[in-house]
Design a protein around this ligand. Structure first.
Ligand SMILES: [Zn+2]
Length: 596
C-alpha cells in the first residue's frame, strides 16, 4: 500500500500526540505498510506497540494483535483510550459471552480497527469464521518469543498459530518481541513458515544502565545493602524477589525502618494492586518490592534502581526486569544480589516446574475420566496434589501431544481416552531451562564484564562498556555525567574530585579500554572531543567522556605522558601504538578507589 509521508506523520501527531518516532519504529512501520512480513526485535525502550498502533489507524482493514496476557491487552487498550483512540477492543476469557457477541458484531461492521486476542482464540471455530468474513490487513504476534521452545517463556498455544497464519493470505504479518536470543530468532522464523520475513533489530545495549553483582554472605547482608542504598539514593526503585512471601517480608522490614515501600504480587487483590501501582506511578511510594508480576505495562520511565534480591532463572528474564530501569535515558543502576545458596534454591524451584511421568499421567487420567465435561485448571488442581507450575507444564505436554484440547475460556477436555505419554518433549525443555539457569549463574559468578555477557547472550557485542562493576569497580566517576537530579549532588562532588584527579581518570579509562586505543584517543575522550570517530566507536557514550571538558587536550596528553614516565601506563610499539595500564597503575587506581 502506497502511504504518504504526510499521512504517517499526521497520524503520529494528531492521533498519538507524539512529535517524532523513536529509532527503528519508522523502519518497521514502513515495512508493514508496504505489506512486507516483518520480525521486529525491539528491546525495551524502543516502543514496539506504536509499530502496529500507527499502521492500524492507516490500513484499510482490521489489525489483529495476538497477546499472551490479559493484563497486557488491558494496558494497551487503556493507553489507547487515554489518547482518545476508541476503535480498539479485546476478545479474551475475561469478556462475558454477551459482550463477545456484541464485539464480534462490531468487528464485522468495521467499528474496530484494532482487536486484541489471546492465542487460544484461534482454536475457536467462531473466531476463525470471523477472520474469514472480515478483511484482516495486519496480524501482529506480540511477544513472539513465546513461539519458540528455546525461549524462556514458551507457550504451546503460540506454537499452533502458524497453521492459522498461513490461512490469512492477505494479511501482513508482524512478529514483535523485546527479547530473543539468536536461537529463538531462528525458531520464530522457522515456525511462521513465511516465504520471507524482514528483520529489524534494535541494539540490546542500554548504555545508561550500570550493571552490578553484589556478593552477599547471607540474607541479612542483602537487607543491609538494600537499606543503605535506598536511604542514600532516595530514588524510584524496584526490588524483585522470587517469592510472594519474601516480597511481603522485605517490604514490611523497609516500611518499619521508615522507607517508603509497598509490596506487589499476583496474590494480592486486583484493587490493592491497582492502587499500589497508581501510588508508585505518582511517586507517593518510591520503592516497590515485587515478584516478577510487576512491571509489565508499568509506564514509569524514571526508575533509577532495580535490585534483584534473588537469582533469576535466565539472563533473558533478568534483562527484561532490569531493563525497566532508566527508560528516560538517564543514569540507572541494576544490581543483582548474589548469595551462593541462591543457586540451590533456583535449581530446586526449577525442578518444581517439571512434573514426573506419573504426575502427567494422573492429570491426563483425571481429564479423560471427565469425558466431554471440560475441566478448569482450579478443578484439576484441587483434585491432584501437584504444584501449580508442574501442573501447567504437564498440561503443556498433553496439549503438545494433542491428547487434550483447550477451550477459549481456558478449560481442558481430553481428545482420546487413553494413550501412552512420551516425556521426551518435556525432558528437552527441562534441559534448556537448566542451561539457561547455568548461564545466569555464570553471569553472577564470573568476573567478566556484565554488559558483554548480556549482549553476547543476545548475539550482539560492544567494544565499550559504559559501566559495570567489573570494568569500573569504582562507580563514583561514572556518575559524573549524570543528568539526573537525584544524583546531581553526587555528580557535582564527583566532578570536583575528578578535576583534582585527572591521572586517576586516565588510569581508569586506560583500564576500561585495555590496550584498544592510543594516547590521543584517551585524551580526546576525557576532554570530550567532537571527533567523528569517537562517536562511531561508541566512546562518546562512556561515562568518562567529556569529564575534563575544561582541560585542553594537550594538558591531558602531558598527564598521560607523565603516567607513562612513572611506569603506570605503557605504550606498545608498532604503527599504531596503544596505551595499556601496568601493574603499578592498577594498584594506584585500586588504592585511590578504596580511599574514596
Ligand atoms: Zn563492563
Amino acid at each position: 500500500m502506497e502511504v504518504s509521508e504526510f499521512l504517517i506523520e499526521s497520524v503520529l501527531h494528531e492521533k498519538f500526540g507524539l512529535a517524532q518516532f523513536r529509532p527503528k519504529q519508522r523502519e518497521v512501520i514502513d515495512l508493514v505498510l508496504a505489506g512486507k512480513h516483518t520480525l521486529a526485535l525491539l528491546p525495551t525502550g524502543y516502543g514496539k506497540s506504536l509499530c502496529y498502533q500507527v499502521p492500524s489507524q492507516i490500513l484499510p482493514g482490521t489489525t489483529i494483535v495476538i497477546s499472551p496476557l490479559i493484563a497486557l491487552m488491558q494496558d494497551q487498550l487503556s493507553g489507547l483510550a487515554k489518547r482518545g483512540i476508541s476503535n480498539a477492543t479485546i476478545l479474551n476469557s475475561s469478556v462475558s459471552m454477551d459482550d463477545v457477541d456484541f464485539r464480534i458484531a462490531g468487528i464485522k461492521a468495521g467499528a474496530y480497527k484494532l482487536v486484541f486476542v489471546a492465542p487460544e482464540r484461534f482454536e475457536s471455530p467462531r473466531f476463525r469464521n470471523l477472520l474469514e468474513a472480515i478483511d484482516v490487513s495486519l496480524l501482529v504476534i506480540d511477544e513472539a518469543h513465546c513461539i519458540s521452545q528455546w525461549g524462556h517463556d514458551f507457550r504451546p498455544q503460540y506454537r499452533n498459530l502458524s497453521s492459522y497464519v498461513a490461512k490469512l493470505e492477505k494479511a501482513t504479518i508482524l512478529a514483535l518481541t523485546a527479547t530473543a536470543t539468536p536461537q529463538v530468532q531462528k525458531d520464530i522464523l522457522q515456525s511462521l513458515h513465511l516465504p520471507q520475513l524482514h528483520l529489524v533489530t534494535g541494539s540490546f545495549d542500554r548504555p545508561n544502565i550500570r550493571f552490578e553483582v553484589e556478593q552477599a554472605g547471607s540474607s541479612a547482608e542483602k537487607d543491609k545493602f538494600i537499606f543503605k542504598t535506598l536511604r542514600k539514593e532516595n530514588a524510584i526503585s524496584i526490588i524483585y524477589t522470587s517469592s510472594r512471601r519474601e516480597a511481603e517480608g522485605l517490604s514490611d522490614r523497609l516500611r518499619h525502618s521508615g522507607i517508603s515501600a509497598a509490596c506487589y504480587h499476583a496474590g494480592l487483590g486486583a484493587e490493592l494492586r491497582s492502587r499500589t501501582q497508581k501510588q508508585f506511578e505518582s511517586e507517593k511510594i518510591t520503592t516497590i518490592v515485587s515478584t516478577v508480576a510487576f512491571g509489565m505495562g508499568v509506564d514509569k520511565s524514571n526508575i533509577r534502581r532495580v535490585i534483584h534480591y534473588n537469582l533469576p532463572g535466565s539472563l533473558e528474564s533478568y534483562y527484561q526486569e532490569a531493563g525497566r530501569a532508566g527508560r528516560d535515558g538517564n543514569r540507572a543502576i541494576c544490581t543483582l544480589l548474589f548469595q551462593s545458596k541462591d543457586i540451590h534454591t533456583q535449581r530446586w524451584l526449577m525442578d518444581r516446574n517439571f512434573p514426573s511421568a506419573s504426575q502427567v499421567e494422573r492429570a491426563f487420567k483425571l481429564i479423560a475420566a471427565n469425558g466431554i465435561n471440560a475441566m478448569r485448571l482450579s478443578e484439576i488442581q484441587s483434585e491432584l496434589d501437584i504444584p501449580e507450575s508442574a501442573l501447567n507444564s504437564a498440561l503443556d505436554l498433553l496439549k503438545y501431544l494433542q491428547l487434550i484440547d483447550t477451550a477459549p475460556d481456558g478449560s481442558f477436555s481430553a481428545r482420546v481416552l487413553s494413550s501412552p505419554i512420551d516425556m521426551n518433549w518435556l525432558n528437552q525443555r527441562k534441559t534448556r531451562h537448566t542451561q539457561r539457569l547455568e548461564q545466569m549463574i555464570r553471569y553472577a559468578q564470573d568476573h567478566i564484564c556484565r554488559r558483554r555477557q548480556i549482549l553476547g547472550y543476545f548475539g550482539q557485542s560492544t567494544d565499550v562498556c559504559s559501566g559495570c562493576d567489573v570494568c569500573e569497580p569504582n562507580m563514583i566517576l561514572a556518575c559524573a555525567t549524570s543528568t539526573d537530579p537525584v544524583n546531581d549532588r553526587t555528580a557535582t562532588r564527583n566532578s570536583r574530585s575528578a578535576d583534582s584527579n585527572l591521572s586517576q581518570s586516565i588510569l581508569q579509562l586506560a583500564c576500561q579500554l585495555s590496550g584498544k586505543v592510543g594516547r590521543t584517543t584517551l585524551a580526546q575522550i576525557l576532554s570530550g572531543s567532537g571527533a567523528k570517530k569517537l562517536k562511531e566507536s561508541g566512546y562518546t557514550r562512556m561515562p568518562l567522556f567529556g569529564t575534563f571538558k575544561s582541560f585542553k587536550q594537550d594538558q591531558v596528553l602531558s598527564e598521560i605522558d607523565e603516567l607513562v614516565e612513572a611506569d603506570d601506563l605503557q605504550v606498545s610499539t608498532g604503527m599504531y601504538p596503544k596505551v595499556q595500564i601496568t601493574g603499578s597503575g592498577l594498584a594506584k587506581m585500586k588504592n585511590a578507589s578504596s580511599s574514596v
